[in-house]
Design a protein around this ligand. Sequence first.
Ligand code: SAM
Length: 309
Amino acid sequence: MNYRHAYHAGNFADVLKHSVLFALIDALKVKDTPFALIDTHAGSGCYALDSEEAGKTGEYRDGIARLLFPDMQRGERGPLPALLRHWLDSVLALPGNEHGLKLYPGSPLQAARAMRAMDSAQLCELHPEEAARLRELFHHDRRVHVHHRNGYEALKALLPPKEKRGLVLIDPPYEAQDSEFRLIEATLKTALQRWPNGIYAIWYPIKLRSQVQPFLRWLQHCGARRVLQAELLVHADDSPLRLNGSGMVILNAPWNLDQVLREPLQALAHLLSQGQPATWRLNWLVQDAATPASPSHHTRPLPQSRRPR
Ligand code: SAM
């Protein structure tokens, strides 16, 4: 339990994770019936970017801060794709950000701000101080329930939600390295038995590609109808010593999620590259008959002339 998200809030991995989360909540809001969000590893909910922790790593500068000046980063004029624009606007509209980006909302706060009055959230956080901050942040919000407990264990009790539709976000710190993947697999196995129709979004770090492969193979036989993989790599995936990139896998993903994410991922690869050009991957690991046949994408950076405008 050494991990503190305050050191990493708003970094390139958060940008991928939270823009995918934003797209999923958008998709859930298309129907006029309530949904439930369950965040198994919620963190403290909101992070000051001028804190000592954020200042020590400065990671947000190579993350969300790159989206503030897209024209400069792209070396050309042009707006962000709509999904990223709306996501960035929602972050900048957070009280406290009136005079620029000072606060970075974590997944619970981003979700709560996107949810409607009829929707609800269950947030789990094991670290006592982080859980206390989270409770304080949402003490006035009757839609949000904070649980100071192990998110993997709590999930069993929370499924299926009474709303019968919604999303589970699993975003652990991976301090346990490979065994975190095995824990996620075991958790998903039980969760899918209790709630086969839920959407499950799992964030994963990419250091060495070989560390991720067994998990991706397991997902291909996990029983979910559709599984989409979205990845962004800012370095080659061949070093165990640093975070080279990250990915999200989405089980029971909305059928058109790949189309929704394609342009944003292309743009992020361009905006968030470090030293060498970033690469991205958007790939159905599992497809059903309802998923329109679309090719998988694993791209090298686009040539200048084809970069999204
Ligand atoms: N989801 C958050 C966001 O996007 O803003 C960030 C979460 S951070 C990557 C992981 C969090 O999980 C940490 O705050 C850590 O204290 C917490 N944690 C670690 N193990 C846990 C467990 N078994 N159950 C619940 N929380 C846990």
